[in-house]
Ligand binder design. Sequence first.
Ligand code: SF4
Length: 421
Amino acid sequence: MMTKNPKTNFLTGKKFPFCPGCGHGISINALNKALQELNYGPNDVIVVSDIGCSGLIDPLFATHTIHGLHGRSPALGLGVAMGVAQKQNKKVIAFIGDGGATIGLQHILEAARRNVDMTLIVLNNLLYGMTGGQISGLSTQKFKEIIDFEKDVPPFDLIQLAHASGARLAVRVNAPNKIKDTLKKAIETEGFSIVEAASLCPSYGMKRMNELMEVVEHENILEHKRPATKIIDRETNSLLEQANIIEPKYDAGLKERKGILIAGSAGGGAQSVARFLAMAGMYAGLETTMKGEYPITVGTGFSVAEVIFDHQPINYTGLDKPDYFVIVTEDGLNKIKSKLHKDAKIYIDDKLVTDELKSEFPDLMAVPFGKMANRKSTALAAVTYVLNKEKILPVETLKEAVSTHRLKDIFVDVINKVVES
Ligand code: SF4
């Protein structure tokens, strides 16, 4: 790992973007020195950051850098350490603020539990600096007394938490002149190490120096003897190799791009049928896309799916103006009613047709879909009916598609009955 060059500067020389006197600069300079003294080279280090004032550091470092979402630098760093870093023998050093540590606490505990080789530096200024000085989960009680908010709620003790989760080394350090040596010890530790460094925010926290000192009084160092977790490099097959290749077997009747919208209810098979339909398009040598929409509570309410066929590549899967509507349930109708338009061919279960709907869309085709198959196969029966009537694709392509399913005999039977009726 080590590139022997103690004069290496790990900083790009860019002006620090922080407010005058911000404590973050102390930790950044300390890390630069620590890496120099440990004889690392810039290419040996991957600096990970996220959001907040502490997230402004990546342009400052001349190492590899990665920037992620708020509170996620421990998770991002862990992923990099498990993947790239261990194979290429690089050291991951992630930064996070106390606000980010509050948001991403679970990620810190997870990284500590896994004990993969990386160092997390928590710049603790007791507040969210970038958004105006709000309290964080690490704000002390004295700090909160000043703003008279949640003063009886104690802060998380991140060092205790990380230690209890299995971190090889967990340290709280406060005196600026101790940060460099603490970082050296953490970086040299094989396994997960966390360093919480007190970092004054003059813009919002100057009056709170005493409260920061409260943290200073609680310097702590906790260690486990457990060795760093080694990542086992497992061979996995490429997902592309596992994909089913569908070879075209039929000629599509289609002349130009067509979009079909299937509107049904949860459990009615709309999503499965849309997938079969997309596969059917591939058996006909077409480009196809499929997009589903249903509520978070997947077992109730509407289930809507859109399928597009084209001879040209489809770069956008959205279907603003479907050419065909296949509506099998009231849930589905209610969901897509606003999308109905007069240029489309609307096939709808006859029980759903109202006078109002009929007067607005006089050309709609009312079909007794509900009588063609049981509830779970109504969407398949309806799509078969429309495919057969409109000659969009040969029905044989749909049979090919359903034959990949364990219920293929039932599905083929439904298709045959609709075609023969
Ligand atoms: S707001 Fe506070 S933490 Fe952010 S740069 Fe300014 S002094 Fe530093």
